[in-house]
Structure formats: structure tokens, C-alpha cells
Design a binder for this molecule. Sequence first.
Ligand SMILES: Cc1ncc(COP(=O)(O)O)c(C=O)c1O
Length: 421
Amino acid sequence: MNRRDFARLLAIGGAAPFLSPAAAWPRSLDLPATPASPDEKFWMSVRDQFVMPKELTMLNAANLCPASGAVLETMYRLTKDMDRDPSQENRVKLGDGRETTRQLLAQFLRVTPEEIVITRNTSESNNLVSTGIDLKPGDEVLLTADNHPSNHTAWQEKAKRFGFTVKDLPTPNPHPGMEYYVDAFAKAITPRTKVISFTHQTSTVGDLFPAKELCGLARDHGILSMVDGAQSFGLMDVDLSDMQPDFYSGSSHKWACGPKENGVLYINKSAQSKIWASIFSAYPGRVGVSRTFEGFGQRDEPTMVAFGEALTFQTKIGRAQIEKRSRELTQALLAGLKTIDGITMWTSPDPSRTVAVVSFQPGRLDVRKLSAALYEKDHIGCATRGGQDRPGIRLSPHFYNSHADIDRTVAAIKRYMATGV
Ligand SMILES: Cc1ncc(COP(=O)(O)O)c(C=O)c1O
């Protein structure tokens, strides 16, 4: 398929759902029950639940995932219903649906609905925490050096305003192992440390952090713990009742494959008296902490309900199976990339240190040109990382990918490494 044909295919595939009746979209009802050992055929039936054309290989889950047909259908149906009759009476059911999503989020994360705030994204969730905890001069926040700006710049900027101190713990490459981080945090904690915050799996190179151990360490010292779950929510079979953080954040539109501009903030019951809400307005949630923390004014409730549909979709497939599949594809990708001369791999091949984010420098190739060629000629979507810190290409496979996607991607990179771009 040439570039023009591919562009046409994307235009048709992308526009069709919004022109055709919602009934034309894939429905999770068509999804077969997950077998005990799902094979490639089963995962292809999962792939069929998305409106992406088969010719497109998306390996950028760490940035933005497609929503399934069931999510699109829910958004479309409820938005149309609301705009057909925007009366308060007709919208009562949307408020009920929003509470159902809260219950589904609680089940998904294995906590209670009273501890769930439905936000717009991880950035908002993280900032609600860094703004909401009462910190003053003399207090210290301990961070890992490798965090998204919403969990790094945010703390640094608030430190300027409120006078507390932020300390970064180095994150060596390659990943030095879980014990290293438990030890590094234990040594860095002082009587001034009030919060520790880190990313469950980093978006840069996919380093996994020992979340349960670090949250336990924080608790033992009377310190609050904040886990940025943007790269674990919807990918890993996260169990917050086991991890026991004080705060955990995530985005619907990443690995959970939900609608855009929805996110989650978990606030542990035991931490709710230690954080202030930052936004006060109308239309909060109905239970627990959402009554004070979720009054953001008018919301897009159809998408909040569709967020719940995304959780139901993943739950139906099986969250442990989804994590296993993404891990298996990632290991196949790492093995394939290892066979290519000239690649500098930033991601640990050890599955106990990473899950499904793979970053590498493709020799001396210009990564922007390589990414453009992969997309335009091979129809593979990836992310690029510029700058000095482990620059290169980032690939993040998810459960809608196949082994054929991985093989095609490895072959294409091998070809460009041999011929240039
Ligand atoms: C680790 C991490 N935290 C936070 C975010 C912000 O997510 P969002 O843009 O959905 O707010 C990202 C986005 O890539 C991320 O990777």
C-alpha cells in the first residue's frame, strides 16, 4: 500500500464511526470468552474490537491508546441522548452512570468507591496531591529523578511557593534492581521527609519501581506516598489494597483504552484528612472523598460513563491476561531488537524490572526521520525521545498488538539500520 492509499484508508477508517450508526461499531458483546491460554487468534478478535485499520501497527500505548468500539459507542449514544434532551431530568441517569464508573474503578484497583476521584488525567491527579498536602519550610519531598513533569516540575514549582524542599534520588541506567531503590529511599529519608513520590513504571525507559515496598517504607516512617500510575493503570493488574499507597494516579486514555480527558486519583482513607481539595465548585461526586474532591463544575458525563465501559472491557478480557500479553510482546520485541547491530538499549530486559515500555537509540540514525519513515512507509506508530537523556525511539506494545506487529517492526528497524533513512 502506498502512502496515499494508506492516508485514504486512515481517513475512511477514522471518519466512519462518526458518520455511521453506532450499531456499526465493534461491540464487546462480540468478544469471545478469554480461553485459559489465549492464542494469537483470540488476541486478533480483541484487535477487532478497535476501529484502527489492520494495516496500522500502533506501538505507542505509553502516550495514547485507542478506545474500543464499545467505549466509542457509549460516548456517542450518551452524548447524542444528552444533546437531544439536555434537561436535568434526562441527565439524572448520567450522574448514576458516573457513580457506576467510580464503583468500577474501585473494583479495578481493589479499593473502595469512597477513595476514588474521577479527574481529567494523571497530570491533574498528581497536581491535586502536590497542591493539596500542607507542606512548609523545613519539610522535604523525596522524588526519583525520572518523573513526568506533572510529578516533578509540579513539586519543584510548589516548593518555590510554599518553601519546602525537593530532593531527587538518582535513577541509574541500566535499572539497578529493586533492592537498590528500597535501600536508596531508606537511606535518603530524614525526619524532615514528609512525602515520597515516584512513577510506578517510567515513561522514559520503562523502569519499574518497587511500589509496594516503597509505600510500606513510607508508612513505617509516617511519610505520605504518592505513586504516579500513568504507565501502570490499565496495563498491570494493579492491586492498591496490596500496594497501599496514600495516593495513586492514572489516565483513562493511556493503557486503559478509555475516552480522552478522564483520569483517576485514589486517595487512601487514612490519608484523606491530610490533604486539602484544590477546586471547589458544583456537581461533586456522591460518595466519600469525591464529595469534596470532585466538585469540578460541569463535566462531560457521557465520557465518564464510557470510562467505566473501558474498565468493563478490560475486566472481561482479564487484567492478568492483558498484563501477561503486553509483557510477552515486550519480551519478543526486546529479543528482536537485540539481534540488530548498533542499537543502544535503555530498557532493562529483565521482566522483574520493566513491563511494556522499550526505549533505545538506533545507532546514528536521526530518530525523527526514522519515526516518520516507520509511520509513512511501514505504518508503524511509535514515539521519539529527543534531548540528552537516553534519546531515541520508544515502543510500547499493548494487548491489541500481535506478534506479527512485533516481527514487522523489528524487521523494519533492522532494514533502516542497514540502509539508513
Ligand atoms: C509517568 C507519567 N505521568 C504523568 C503523565 C501525564 O499523563 P496525562 O497527559 O494523561 O495527564 C504521563 C504521560 O505520558 C506519564 O507518562
